[in-house]
Design a protein around this ligand. Structure first.
Ligand SMILES: C[S@@+](CC[C@H](N)C(=O)[O-])C[C@H]1O[C@@H](n2cnc3c(N)ncnc32)[C@H](O)[C@@H]1O
Length: 291
């Protein structure tokens, strides 16, 4: 069975009483989620003026991410679809106010009241259709539309996500942009399979200086510079896009160019005197998509 919880059961069923306890009592999970939350808060870039802000924690679970918000001196409202996770949060007497709800149906908060939002390891759940009535695109639209509305203008939302593949990441980002957000994806440790983490850094309102996307962290913990020019997915520490920037249409031939085409090209190159690797049974083989 897949190790991705999203593929095993709907969140409110996967995170039942047993799983909620197991999740919260694991020191390994607590350590990881705390680090992710600290980084999300860093990317949120709230003013360093000592004034407590009202933040939203989307998919707050048992309150691991919320506790980091409390430790940083801010107040928070947590929303989660799993009653069991929220029960653990209540038992742990977290500081935040808790809401039981489905982000895919919108957040139901008053316009402009939230100073910033974080979400740790939760938004990718919206890409799955758990019920016949679920349409991921509509759920993403409802979520990002309501998130945009409840944030104060100029406020940020930092969503750490585990998309299953590039298409899923693009889908999530495209719905964020359509809702009016500016921003993009920050990728920390892009070259490490284990440590690689992705954060959507979104700003409410039109693109401005504050909506510039920060750099991701490199292997050594230092900031990596943006390397969009390489065109190599793994080398792109930050990919920036916003709804005001027209996207280049990618020419994609579904069938690919095929073995014959590759062999013909290799022959042409040989005739031009280039050093070309010999043809083998692996030439022009279909490769697995890499994330
Ligand atoms: C991996 S847990 C992370 C919990 C918490 N953010 C943390 O860092 O410990 C993912 C959480 O997202 C919640 N979730 C998934 N889909 C959701 C939805 N549609 N609406 C609200 N919460 C959702 C799950 O119930 C679960 O508590």
């Amino acid at each position: 069975m897949s190790s991705r919880p999203e593929l095993q059961a709907p969140p409110e069923i996967f995170y039942d009483d047993v799983e909620a306890r197991k999740y919260t009592s694991s020191s390994r999970i607590a350590e990881i989620q705390t680090k992710l939350s600290e980084r999300a808060l860093e990317l949120l870039a709230l003013p360093d003026d000592g004034v407590p802000r009202l933040l939203l924690d989307i998919g707050c679970g048992s309150g691991l991410s919320g506790e980091t918000i409390t430790e940083n001196g801010h107040q928070w409202i947590g929303l989660d679809i799993s009653e069991s996770m929220l029960n653990v949060a209540l038992q742990n007497e977290v500081e935040g106010d808790l809401l039981l709800g489905d982000m895919g149906q919108g957040l139901g908060l008053r316009p402009g009241v939230i100073d910033g939002a974080i979400s740790i390891s939760a938004v990718q759940w919206l890409c799955n259709a758990d019920k016949s009535s679920h349409e991921p695109r509509l759920r993403l639209k409802a979520f990002f539309g309501s998130l945009y509305r409840c944030l104060a203008r100029g406020a940020r939302a930092v969503l750490q996500v585990y998309p299953e593949n590039i298409a899923q990441r693009e889908l999530i980002l495209s719905y964020a942009m359509r809702s009016g957000f500016a921003g993009g994806v920050v990728v920390d440790y892009p070259h490490s399979t284990k440590k690689r983490k992705e954060y959507l850094v979104l700003t409410c309102g039109p693109p401005s200086v504050s909506s510039a996307v920060p750099s991701g962290k490199g292997e050594d913990g230092e900031s990596c510079s943006d390397d969009e020019s390489s065109g190599d997915e793994e080398n792109q520490t930050v990919c920036i896009s916003d709804r005001h920037r027209p996207r280049k249409k990618q020419k994609v031939n579904k069938k690919g160019k095929g073995r014959e085409w590759v062999l013909r090209k290799k022959d042409q190159m040989r005739r031009k005197g280039n050093v070309v690797p010999p043809d083998t049974k692996y030439t022009a083989r279909k490769r697995k998509a890499r994330f």
